[in-house]
Write a protein that binds this ligand. Structure first.
Ligand code: GLA
Length: 391
């Protein structure tokens, strides 16, 4: 739990203690249970918001500048309102700047604000620290400026545009959606094509979700990610010779099975096979959860990892080592990488009694094989972005 009094002290130390009390907002991170690399293909996903996230203390100023600081690292910036639309080298501040840029494009002029961010999501671990920063900024600024015309779904879309257009990652909508719409003890079943969504109660009985951080930074992740996006578009181009589609998510597994030969390139065919089979796995996973069939759900998680490894090729030695160490343990019903891949985190569904054994054994085997010390977190499924009442 964040030490909020300390954060307030830091805020006053940075920006002075004027009469106006800063407001406090929080946006969670997310873990995706299944449906990986399907969102930008107009497919299905099943993420949920988690207990870790980003706090933002924010107060308006009369100085025609936006001041940004992070309590996690020694970082401060002061940007005049006139220069706000320029991207800067320091990566994380492009997330709030991207939001401000998008608000301006909607004719919502951002005034001067002092902001202090503080987060407990491990950076670059695939738990959406970036969407969390974007959504907390979008929610806080629109609340403070009374931009009530924007609903949560508008903030979600605006954050995705900030990431696509300002930051330059062609990501889908899943992360922002989970961060904005998350609900305690529920997963979100989202159709990324239509944005129709349903909450699915996560009744795990005697099971727990363990997030395993490989602590392998997702090097080159952004360029590889954009490469996968392009490969999927190419698959659509080939399949469009046979059917009218805009995205791979529109193709059923049966249709793909019959038409896969229209994709001449074997690698592109495998990419499409992942997306289309993963989509079907999400549908099956949702019905397993609704039936309370945790074992079936776990088997689908395992199959998802296999396809991400063999067809989509976004895992790598660290994620594969951690997942196979987990799958060996009696009491683990499913384990897979989560998020973009290329490093980052795994998510495993584990019997409550096996949690300690899991952390001990997976930790040991992973470290022996990779030389990296991992971290483990027991996921609690939490609510989406919100204002925090203080005092
Ligand atoms: C990242 C992106 C998401 C999604 C996942 C992969 O988290 O931000 O939009 O594509 O990767 O499922």
């Amino acid at each position: 739990m964040m030490n909020l009094p300390h954060l307030y002290e830091q805020f006053f130390h940075l920006y002075g203690n004027t009469e106006m009390w800063p407001r406090c907002f929080f946006a969670p991170g997310r873990v995706n249970l299944i449906g990986e690399h399907t969102d930008y293909n107009g497919g299905f996903v099943l993420p949920c918001a988690i207990q870790y996230g980003t706090y933002l203390l924010i107060r308006s100023n009369n100085d025609q500048v936006v001041r940004l600081a992070s309590a996690n690292m020694d970082f401060r910036a002061e940007i005049p309102l006139a220069e706000l639309s320029e991207k800067v080298n320091d990566k994380w501040i492009n997330y709030p700047l991207g939001i401000i840029d998008q608000l301006r494009k909607l004719n919502i002029p951002v005034k001067g604000f002092d902001m202090l961010f503080s987060g407990d999501i491990p950076n670059g671990a695939g738990l959406s620290s970036s969407a969390s920063i974007e959504m907390v900024t979008a929610y806080a600024l629109t609340s403070l400026m009374n931009a009530t015309q924007l609903e949560m779904i508008d903030l979600v879309k605006l954050s995705q545009r900030a990431e696509n257009e300002f930051v330059g990652l062609n990501c889908g909508i899943m992360d922002m959606f989970a961060v904005g719409m998350g609900k305690k003890d529920n997963a979100l079943f989202l159709n990324c094509m239509t944005l129709e969504h349903k909450r699915v109660p996560l009744v795990l009985g005697g099971f727990r979700l363990i997030i395993g951080n490989t602590n392998k930074r997702r090097g080159l992740a952004d360029s590889k990610y954009n490469e996968r996006v392009t490969e999927c578009q190419l698959a659509v181009t080939y399949l469009s010779r046979e059917m009218t589609i805009l995205k791979l998510g529109e193709v059923s597994f049966m249709q793909f099975y019959k038409m896969q030969e229209t994709i001449p390139d074997e690698l592109i065919r495998r990419r499409a096979r992942h997306v289309i089979s993963e989509n079907q796995r999400v549908l099956n996973a949702v019905s397993s959860l609704l039936k309370g069939d945790i074992l079936q759900f776990g088997a689908l998680m395992n199959a998802s990892h296999e396809s991400l490894r063999d067809n989509y090729e976004v895992t790598g030695i660290e994620l594969d080592t951690m997942v196979s160490a987990a799958q060996k343990i009696n009491g683990v019903v499913g384990s897979r990488m989560t998020g973009a891949g290329f490093g980052g985190c795994t998510v495993s569904l584990v019997r409550e009694q096996a949690v300690d054994l899991f952390i001990d054994q997976v930790g040991r085997e992973y470290q022996e094989k990779t030389g990296i010390k991992p971290d483990f977190y027991l996921a609690e499924i939490a609510d989406g972005v919100r204002k925090i009442k203080v005092g």
